[in-house]
Design a protein around this ligand. Structure first.
Ligand code: 13P
Length: 248
Protein backbone atom coordinates (compact mmCIF):
# COMPACT_ATOMS: atom_id res chain seq x y z
CA UNK A 1 0.00 0.00 0.00
CA UNK A 2 1.13 3.51 -0.81
CA UNK A 3 -0.85 6.25 0.90
CA UNK A 4 -0.44 9.95 0.25
CA UNK A 5 -1.07 12.26 3.19
CA UNK A 6 -1.58 15.70 1.70
CA UNK A 7 -1.73 17.26 5.19
CA UNK A 8 -3.01 20.87 5.26
CA UNK A 9 -2.15 21.53 1.63
CA UNK A 10 -4.26 22.22 -1.49
CA UNK A 11 -7.38 24.29 -1.95
CA UNK A 12 -10.31 22.38 -3.42
CA UNK A 13 -9.34 23.40 -6.96
CA UNK A 14 -5.68 22.51 -6.38
CA UNK A 15 -6.76 19.15 -4.98
CA UNK A 16 -8.86 18.38 -8.04
CA UNK A 17 -5.99 19.39 -10.35
CA UNK A 18 -3.58 17.17 -8.44
CA UNK A 19 -5.84 14.15 -8.55
CA UNK A 20 -6.52 14.65 -12.26
CA UNK A 21 -2.77 14.66 -12.88
CA UNK A 22 -2.22 11.30 -11.15
CA UNK A 23 -5.52 9.51 -11.69
CA UNK A 24 -4.87 7.69 -14.97
CA UNK A 25 -1.35 6.61 -14.03
CA UNK A 26 -2.35 5.33 -10.61
CA UNK A 27 -5.36 3.49 -11.93
CA UNK A 28 -3.17 1.38 -14.23
CA UNK A 29 -1.29 -0.16 -11.33
CA UNK A 30 -3.21 -3.06 -9.88
CA UNK A 31 -0.91 -4.84 -7.43
CA UNK A 32 -0.59 -1.92 -4.99
CA UNK A 33 -3.35 -0.32 -2.94
CA UNK A 34 -3.23 3.40 -3.67
CA UNK A 35 -4.80 5.70 -1.11
CA UNK A 36 -4.95 9.48 -1.23
CA UNK A 37 -5.81 11.53 1.83
CA UNK A 38 -6.73 15.12 0.91
CA UNK A 39 -8.04 17.67 3.40
CA UNK A 40 -11.64 17.08 4.60
CA UNK A 41 -12.95 19.90 2.47
CA UNK A 42 -11.77 18.18 -0.73
CA UNK A 43 -12.93 14.63 0.07
CA UNK A 44 -16.19 14.95 -1.86
CA UNK A 45 -14.74 16.47 -5.02
CA UNK A 46 -11.70 14.16 -5.07
CA UNK A 47 -14.04 11.23 -4.36
CA UNK A 48 -16.12 12.16 -7.38
CA UNK A 49 -13.03 12.28 -9.61
CA UNK A 50 -11.76 8.82 -8.59
CA UNK A 51 -15.14 7.14 -8.70
CA UNK A 52 -14.92 3.93 -10.74
CA UNK A 53 -11.10 3.85 -10.48
CA UNK A 54 -8.95 1.64 -8.26
CA UNK A 55 -7.76 4.63 -6.23
CA UNK A 56 -8.98 4.73 -2.64
CA UNK A 57 -9.76 7.70 -0.49
CA UNK A 58 -8.80 8.46 3.10
CA UNK A 59 -9.30 11.29 5.59
CA UNK A 60 -6.52 12.68 7.79
CA UNK A 61 -8.35 12.71 11.10
CA UNK A 62 -11.70 11.99 12.74
CA UNK A 63 -13.39 12.75 16.04
CA UNK A 64 -14.61 9.90 18.24
CA UNK A 65 -18.18 11.00 18.98
CA UNK A 66 -20.95 10.08 16.53
CA UNK A 67 -22.58 13.50 16.50
CA UNK A 68 -23.42 16.40 18.74
CA UNK A 69 -22.15 19.70 20.07
CA UNK A 70 -18.48 19.45 19.03
CA UNK A 71 -18.03 22.57 16.94
CA UNK A 72 -15.66 22.09 14.06
CA UNK A 73 -15.21 18.34 14.39
CA UNK A 74 -15.96 15.62 11.82
CA UNK A 75 -17.51 12.35 12.96
CA UNK A 76 -16.82 8.79 11.83
CA UNK A 77 -20.38 8.55 10.47
CA UNK A 78 -19.83 11.61 8.30
CA UNK A 79 -16.68 10.07 6.85
CA UNK A 80 -18.01 6.56 6.41
CA UNK A 81 -19.89 7.34 3.21
CA UNK A 82 -17.14 9.59 1.85
CA UNK A 83 -14.01 7.49 2.20
CA UNK A 84 -12.62 4.09 3.11
CA UNK A 85 -9.57 4.97 5.23
CA UNK A 86 -8.75 7.44 7.97
CA UNK A 87 -5.35 8.40 9.36
CA UNK A 88 -5.44 8.34 13.16
CA UNK A 89 -2.82 9.47 15.67
CA UNK A 90 -0.49 11.22 13.25
CA UNK A 91 2.43 12.69 15.20
CA UNK A 92 1.44 16.19 14.08
CA UNK A 93 -1.91 15.68 15.82
CA UNK A 94 -0.21 14.32 18.92
CA UNK A 95 2.24 17.24 18.93
CA UNK A 96 0.09 20.25 17.98
CA UNK A 97 -3.37 19.14 19.07
CA UNK A 98 -2.52 17.27 22.25
CA UNK A 99 -3.80 13.89 21.12
CA UNK A 100 -2.99 11.32 23.77
CA UNK A 101 -2.89 7.55 23.45
CA UNK A 102 -6.33 7.45 25.07
CA UNK A 103 -7.83 9.79 22.47
CA UNK A 104 -6.18 7.85 19.65
CA UNK A 105 -7.67 4.65 21.07
CA UNK A 106 -11.17 6.17 21.19
CA UNK A 107 -10.84 7.35 17.59
CA UNK A 108 -9.80 3.89 16.40
CA UNK A 109 -12.71 2.27 18.23
CA UNK A 110 -15.12 4.81 16.71
CA UNK A 111 -13.71 4.43 13.20
CA UNK A 112 -13.83 0.61 13.26
CA UNK A 113 -17.41 0.75 14.53
CA UNK A 114 -18.64 2.42 11.33
CA UNK A 115 -16.43 0.36 9.01
CA UNK A 116 -13.71 2.96 8.38
CA UNK A 117 -10.23 1.48 8.02
CA UNK A 118 -7.80 3.26 10.33
CA UNK A 119 -4.19 3.98 9.38
CA UNK A 120 -2.73 4.21 12.87
CA UNK A 121 0.48 6.25 13.09
CA UNK A 122 3.10 5.58 15.73
CA UNK A 123 6.70 6.67 16.07
CA UNK A 124 9.29 8.03 18.46
CA UNK A 125 10.54 11.61 18.78
CA UNK A 126 14.17 12.59 18.20
CA UNK A 127 15.05 12.78 21.89
CA UNK A 128 13.46 9.39 22.52
CA UNK A 129 15.40 7.93 19.61
CA UNK A 130 18.66 9.42 20.86
CA UNK A 131 18.02 8.11 24.35
CA UNK A 132 17.67 4.59 22.92
CA UNK A 133 13.99 4.46 23.85
CA UNK A 134 12.53 3.78 20.38
CA UNK A 135 11.38 0.22 21.09
CA UNK A 136 9.82 1.16 24.42
CA UNK A 137 7.99 4.22 23.03
CA UNK A 138 6.68 2.45 19.93
CA UNK A 139 5.56 -0.58 21.95
CA UNK A 140 3.72 1.63 24.42
CA UNK A 141 2.02 3.64 21.64
CA UNK A 142 0.89 0.41 20.02
CA UNK A 143 -0.45 -0.97 23.29
CA UNK A 144 -2.34 2.17 24.28
CA UNK A 145 -3.73 2.79 20.79
CA UNK A 146 -5.15 -0.70 20.57
CA UNK A 147 -6.32 -1.09 24.18
CA UNK A 148 -9.46 -3.21 24.38
CA UNK A 149 -9.82 -3.48 20.62
CA UNK A 150 -10.83 -7.02 19.76
CA UNK A 151 -10.77 -7.01 15.95
CA UNK A 152 -7.96 -5.61 13.87
CA UNK A 153 -8.78 -6.99 10.46
CA UNK A 154 -8.89 -3.70 8.60
CA UNK A 155 -6.23 -1.83 10.56
CA UNK A 156 -3.11 -0.50 8.85
CA UNK A 157 -0.18 0.76 10.91
CA UNK A 158 2.30 3.39 9.80
CA UNK A 159 5.63 3.61 11.60
CA UNK A 160 6.64 7.24 11.31
CA UNK A 161 9.65 8.30 13.36
CA UNK A 162 8.91 11.95 14.20
CA UNK A 163 12.48 13.04 13.42
CA UNK A 164 12.08 11.76 9.86
CA UNK A 165 8.85 13.59 9.05
CA UNK A 166 9.25 16.53 6.70
CA UNK A 167 12.95 16.77 7.54
CA UNK A 168 14.47 15.12 4.48
CA UNK A 169 16.23 12.81 6.93
CA UNK A 170 14.56 9.43 6.49
CA UNK A 171 15.30 6.37 8.57
CA UNK A 172 17.39 3.74 6.79
CA UNK A 173 15.55 0.79 5.31
CA UNK A 174 17.25 -1.43 7.85
CA UNK A 175 16.20 0.73 10.85
CA UNK A 176 12.61 0.94 9.64
CA UNK A 177 12.51 -2.79 8.95
CA UNK A 178 13.71 -3.53 12.47
CA UNK A 179 11.07 -1.40 14.20
CA UNK A 180 8.31 -2.60 11.90
CA UNK A 181 9.35 -6.17 12.73
CA UNK A 182 9.04 -5.26 16.40
CA UNK A 183 5.56 -3.79 15.83
CA UNK A 184 4.56 -7.03 14.09
CA UNK A 185 5.90 -9.18 16.92
CA UNK A 186 4.09 -7.03 19.49
CA UNK A 187 0.87 -7.29 17.49
CA UNK A 188 1.27 -11.07 17.48
CA UNK A 189 1.62 -10.99 21.27
CA UNK A 190 -1.39 -8.70 21.73
CA UNK A 191 -3.53 -10.62 19.19
CA UNK A 192 -2.22 -13.58 17.26
CA UNK A 193 0.40 -14.51 14.69
CA UNK A 194 -2.05 -14.74 11.82
CA UNK A 195 -3.39 -11.21 12.39
CA UNK A 196 0.14 -9.85 12.74
CA UNK A 197 1.33 -11.55 9.58
CA UNK A 198 -1.58 -10.21 7.53
CA UNK A 199 -1.48 -6.68 8.92
CA UNK A 200 -0.03 -4.06 6.64
CA UNK A 201 2.65 -1.96 8.29
CA UNK A 202 3.95 1.03 6.36
CA UNK A 203 6.98 3.25 6.80
CA UNK A 204 6.57 7.04 6.72
CA UNK A 205 9.02 9.92 7.00
CA UNK A 206 10.75 11.67 4.06
CA UNK A 207 9.86 8.95 1.57
CA UNK A 208 10.68 10.10 -1.96
CA UNK A 209 10.99 8.55 -5.42
CA UNK A 210 14.73 8.29 -4.73
CA UNK A 211 14.53 6.21 -1.55
CA UNK A 212 11.31 4.21 -2.11
CA UNK A 213 13.12 1.03 -3.19
CA UNK A 214 15.24 1.03 -0.02
CA UNK A 215 12.08 0.67 2.08
CA UNK A 216 9.92 -1.47 -0.17
CA UNK A 217 12.70 -4.05 -0.56
CA UNK A 218 12.68 -4.73 3.18
CA UNK A 219 10.83 -7.91 4.16
CA UNK A 220 8.76 -6.42 7.00
CA UNK A 221 7.70 -3.22 5.19
CA UNK A 222 4.38 -3.39 3.34
CA UNK A 223 4.35 0.10 1.86
CA UNK A 224 4.70 3.77 2.65
CA UNK A 225 2.78 6.73 4.01
CA UNK A 226 4.06 9.64 1.97
CA UNK A 227 3.74 13.32 2.90
CA UNK A 228 5.51 15.98 0.84
CA UNK A 229 6.25 13.74 -2.15
CA UNK A 230 2.55 12.88 -2.49
CA UNK A 231 1.85 16.48 -3.52
CA UNK A 232 3.78 16.04 -6.75
CA UNK A 233 1.87 13.87 -9.22
CA UNK A 234 4.91 12.53 -11.09
CA UNK A 235 6.83 11.74 -7.92
CA UNK A 236 3.90 10.01 -6.23
CA UNK A 237 3.31 7.98 -9.41
CA UNK A 238 6.95 7.01 -9.49
CA UNK A 239 6.75 5.81 -5.85
CA UNK A 240 3.70 3.68 -6.63
CA UNK A 241 5.23 2.33 -9.87
CA UNK A 242 8.47 1.34 -8.16
CA UNK A 243 6.50 -0.39 -5.41
CA UNK A 244 4.49 -2.26 -8.00
CA UNK A 245 7.65 -3.46 -9.78
CA UNK A 246 9.32 -4.62 -6.56
CA UNK A 247 6.24 -6.46 -5.34
CA UNK A 248 5.55 -8.24 -8.68
P1 13P B 1 6.95 13.55 4.78
O1 13P B 1 6.90 12.46 3.73
O2 13P B 1 6.68 14.90 4.23
O3 13P B 1 8.19 13.45 5.61
O4 13P B 1 5.72 13.27 5.77
C1 13P B 1 5.54 12.00 6.25
C2 13P B 1 4.22 11.94 6.94
O5 13P B 1 4.03 12.53 7.98
C3 13P B 1 3.15 11.17 6.30
O6 13P B 1 2.06 11.04 7.16
Amino acid sequence: MIAGNWKMNTTVSEATELVKAMRAGLDQIDNVDKVICPPFISLASVGELIKGSSIKLGAQNVYFAEKGAYTGEISPLMLADQCEFVIIGHSERRQYFNETGEIVNKKIVAALKVGLKPILCIGERLEENEAGRTEEVVSEQLRSSLAEIAYLNSLVIAYEPVWAIGTGRSATGKQANEIIGLIRRNTAKLYDKEIARNMRILYGGSVTADNTAEFINQPEIDGALVGGASLKATEFLSIVRQTSEIKK
